[in-house]
Design a protein around this ligand. Structure first.
Ligand SMILES: NC(=O)N[C@@H](CC(=O)O)C(=O)O
Ligand SMILES: [Zn+2]
Ligand SMILES: [Zn+2]
Length: 445
């Protein structure tokens, strides 16, 4: 499917909360742009019709605002090309990638390198996130203006918190002036110590060093206070505890511009999963007890959580084969997020489809100030076609990511992705979905 083609996506259930639409609509795409949305659109002679398979849902393209692509520097774990392949197979039309590559993305040269790789791959859109401090070392402010000019949409020292309150204040001031979002990995490193899992009865039983939830909560309180002082928007990466969510709710109630994201593994798994000693249950922040998971699900449902983001963190099998203490933190997530969200949030009745679209598209687009989040006439045709009732068995061996470090192997889930369209091009087509046979072949399928 080339960008120059005109086609009509016909008879899909369109869920587009930003435009107040939930119903059967046709979408006409021309030259990569949505030109018309309406009911029973006429089909001019020569126009291709792509019939949306029965039961599928058409949404604005999903955006994952927290992934790790590992290029430059760790291409054996993931490249930009393999990462965006995983992204479109997971239903995402865009991703924002964290700067903890090697070298760190604290310069225009690295940002441009990533963007060039993304352009060459030509699948999902890639929005680089620059480092907040030089080398993410927490000493000197990075050249945020230069990073923005090169194409960064946000700054973060992810992998680490922005180290001191003074530095965080300066980052907020400069980034705020330049209209660049500040994202922090909220964790007090002194309280974390050498912890590797959530501090609690499970950690004690297994003899693993714990990290209390308070290590995250203290840092979020610090950052919210500084966001208030500087009157600047601030986004909490991978929020994981009930106390953290209370702090965010309280900040929002005081009028502070704070938003937050939750990763699927934190609303699906508890620290009980550690009993497997599988290092694919080791990530930062760590898996929490049921009470925290319940609070996160409440927050996802009631709107106090803004975004679902995967924190896709590929690591090589050799590293994950180390002992629990030694293995790196992090799991992949791009290719399981949609299925986990359907299975655990939508089909359990905790959220509806329009809330799912807010969490995965509308809000990340609004917070990052990037294109997308709505199927509006005149907008680039970034569209996800989801299959809410598709039966999916998760297999790392069939995923597109170069890494296989995820704890969902063999899980049977209800809900998946049918197709992904970026700038009008069908870049992913799931051959397991019936009714897509008449669609053109896609780059990924
Ligand atoms: N989340 C993780 O456990 N790991 C991330 C770093 C991070 O997101 O802090 C990684 O880069 O591997
Ligand atoms: Zn982090
Ligand atoms: Zn991360």
């Amino acid at each position: 499917m080339t960008q120059g083609m005109t086609y009509i996506l016909k008879n899909g259930r369109v869920v587009d909360p930003a435009n107040g639409r939930d119903g059967i609509f046709d979408i006409e795409v021309r030259d990569g742009v949505i030109v018309r949305v309406g009911q029973d659109l006429p089909v001019p002679a020569g126009t291709t019709v792509l019939e949306v398979p029965a039961g599928c849902v058409v949404t604005p393209g999903l955006i994952d605002m927290h992934v790790h692509l590992r290029e430059p520097g760790q291409e054996h774990k993931e490249t930009v090309a393999s990462g965006v392949t995983a992204a479109v197979a997971g239903g995402f039309t865009a991703v924002a990638c964290m700067p903890n590559t090697s070298p760190i993305n604290d310069s225009a040269a690295v940002t441009r390198y990533i963007r060039d790789k993304a352009d060459a791959a030509g699948l999902a859109r890639v929005y680089p996130i620059g480092a907040a401090s030089v080398g993410s070392k927490g000493e000197q402010l990075a050249e945020i203006g230069e990073l923005k000019t090169a194409g960064c949409v946000a700054v973060s020292d992810d992998g680490h918190p922005i180290r001191t309150a003074l530095l965080m204040r300066r980052v907020l001031e400069y980034a705020g002036m330049l209209d660049v979002l500040v994202i922090d990995h909220c964790e007090d490193p002194t309280l974390k110590g050498d912890g590797v899992v959530h501090e609690g009865p499970v950690a004690s039983e297994l003899g693993l060093h714990g990290i209390p939830g308070e290590a995250e909560e203290l840092w979020i309180e610090r950052d919210i206070t500084l966001a208030g002082l500087t009157r600047t928007p601030f986004h909490v990466a991978h929020l994981s505890t009930a106390g953290s969510l209370r702090a965010v709710r309280a900040g929002k109630a005081r009028g502070i511009q704070v938003t937050c994201e939750v990763a699927p593994h934190h609303f699906v798994l508890t620290d009980e999963a550690l009993r497997s000693y599988d290092t694919n249950t080791k990530m930062n922040p760590p898996l929490r007890p049921q009470a925290d998971v319940d609070a996160l699900v409440d927050g996802l449902a009631d709107g106090s959580v803004d975004v679902i983001a995967t924190d896709h963190a590929p690591h090589h099998a050799d590293e994950k084969a180390l002992s629990y203490d030694q293995a790196p933190f992090g799991i992949t997530g791009l290719e399981t997020a949609v299925s986990l969200t359907f299975d655990r949030l939508v089909h359990t009745g905790r959220i509806g489809l329009s809330r799912m679209v807010e969490l995965l598209s509308v809000n990340p687009a609004r917070i990052l100030k990037v294109t997308g989040g709505a199927l509006s006439e005149g907008a680039p045709a970034d569209i996800s076609v989801l299959a809410p009732d598709l039966k999916v068995t998760v297999r790392a061996s069939t995923q597109r990511s170069l890494s296989r470090n995820m704890p969902f192997e063999g899980w049977d889930l209800r809900g998946g992705v049918a197709a992904t369209i970026v700038g009008g091009r069908v870049v992913y087509r799931n051959t397991a979905v019936e009714g897509l046979g008449a669609w053109p072949p896609a780059a990924v399928q």
